[in-house]
Design a protein around this ligand. Structure first.
Ligand SMILES: O=c1ccn([C@@H]2O[C@H](COP(=O)(O)OP(=O)(O)O)[C@@H](O)[C@H]2O)c(=O)[nH]1
Ligand SMILES: [Ca+2]
Length: 406
């Protein structure tokens, strides 16, 4: 597509040639249908010369809440939220490129937890919205993503954005994603020992940018932050009787409230008479993770990139700056959990779940994955102004499969 020689090219430096710039720009649209929200990522790429790999030039990002799974019984209404976001792409992508711009939606844990029938009804409505749009709709343009891909594609994104996938001296970093309903851990094992002691279904080979990576990755369904709240309350995967009350020592004593998740209404509250605070709370969240996750020895000493709810809760409690992110040790989450859980009255204005969330994050990192107190976590929302999300990795994969790049 870029072999055409234009007579005026000799008069302009390549990056200033206006027609050239246009001819070499292309777009990709990726929807993230998460359990707590739906997001659109519109990526712009520029291919400066046929020999070079295209460069990522920018991203337009928008999100809506709640996620598709909240529309389990109104699939048309769910698809409507996707249509609203897709209208942004109509404005962002120049009309002559609409037909060449692929649009894809991948759903994660929220839809994995719905019945097959309800999930398919939602995806069908979304597919119709896509078909009615002017964009390129590839085969399998809407679907539920495999959990192992979720981890790998986020790993690709972070390591691409931090420059670890190009050139020599690659020092890749592991990634931790904590969603609403599931959580992922992904890294490139460096020791033969790790490959030997890891269950086969935790290892996936993946080809990207002309390299093959054998990654350790796993998605734990039901271990996202919001699913963990239900598990801690003892309400996960339960037939909830109307009006049934779930209590926890991780909640403010006097609290009584309602909560909607995955289309179900839950009532929850604090231990009115009994104990509250970090100690009893930590025992509760420990039950949710203890012995349920694989603990690779290799990760104990290495540092990881962490995002999504790790980032949000760290920012909520001023462990990091909301815009800048920052570096933390695992024990910083524990220190903050103690502070919040033992002073719940003081943190009343924030979410009533703040203590439970911080205690769960601490337990997940230490007792779940087996990280050390001193393990470093790099908390990031954006790298070079691009969201750290699996969606960029998924877009590279999409463009590659369509033969649009690499
Ligand atoms: O582009 C995104 C997508 C998600 N999130 C975060 O991801 C978490 C929610 O996870 P999600 O709804 O994706 O749940 P999942 O389906 O992954 O379990 C929240 O902390 C969001 O702020 C984010 O920061 N940016
Ligand atoms: Ca997610």
């Amino acid at each position: 597509h870029s072999n055409r020689v234009m007579w005026f090219q000799d008069f302009f430096p390549p990056n200033m040639c206006p027609i050239n710039a246009k001819a070499n720009t292309f777009y990709g649209i990726m929807f993230d249908a998460g359990s707590t929200g739906t997001r659109i990522h519109i990526y712009t790429f520029v291919q400066k010369s046929p020999e070079n790999l295209p460069e990522l030039e920018g991203e337009i990002f928008e999100s809506v809440k709640p996620g598709l799974s909240a529309y389990a019984d109104q699939p048309e209404k769910g698809a409507e939220t996707v249509k609203k976001l897709l209208d942004m792409a109509i404005d962002a992508v120049p009309p002559h490129l609409w037909k060449k711009t692929p649009v894809v939606l991948k759903a994660t844990a929220g839809l994995r937890l719905l019945s097959e029938e309800k999930a398919q009804a939602l995806l069908l409505e979304v597919k119709e919205v896509f078909e009615e749009s002017p964009f390129l709709v590839p085969e399998d343009s809407v679907g539920i993503m495999d959990g192992s891909h979720e981890g790998i594609l986020a790993w690709i994104t972070v390591n691409f954005l931090t420059g670890q996938l190009s050139g020599q001296n690659q020092q890749t970093v592991g990634t931790l994603d904590l969603g609403g309903a599931s959580t992922q851990i992904t890294f490139l094992p460096r020791f033969e020992e790790t490959l030997k002691e890891t269950p086969g279904d935790f290892l996936t080979s993946f080809e990207m940018f002309n390299s093959t990576y054998k990654l350790y990755t796993h998605s734990y369904l039901g271990f996202g932050l919001k699913a963990a709240r239900l598990a801690t309350l003892g309400a996960l995967n339960m037939e909830v009787v109307d009006g049934q009350m779930f209590r926890s020592s991780c909640l403010p004593k006097q609290l009584e409230a309602e909560w909607h998740f995955g289309g179900v209404k839950y009532r929850y509250g604090g231990n009115k008479e009994g104990e509250t605070g970090f100690k009893p709370c930590y025992l509760e969240v420990l039950k949710v993770v203890k012995g349920k996750l694989h603990q690779p020895d290799e990760i104990r000493g290495s540092s990881f990139y962490a995002f999504s709810y790790y980032y949000d809760r760290a920012a909520d409690t001023n462990l990091i700056d909301y815009e800048q992110g920052g570096v933390l040790e695992v024990r910083d989450f524990e220190r903050k959990a103690k502070e919040v859980c033992d002073n719940m009255e003081r943190y009343n204005s924030a979410s009533p779940f703040l203590c439970m969330d911080l205690a769960y994050i601490t337990a997940l990192l230490k007792e779940g994955f087996g990280f050390r107190d001193h393990t470093l976590l790099q908390l990031t929302k954006k790298v070079n102004n691009i969201e750290t999300s699996w969606t960029l990795g998924a877009t590279f994969h999409l463009l590659q499969s369509l033969g649009l790049t690499y």
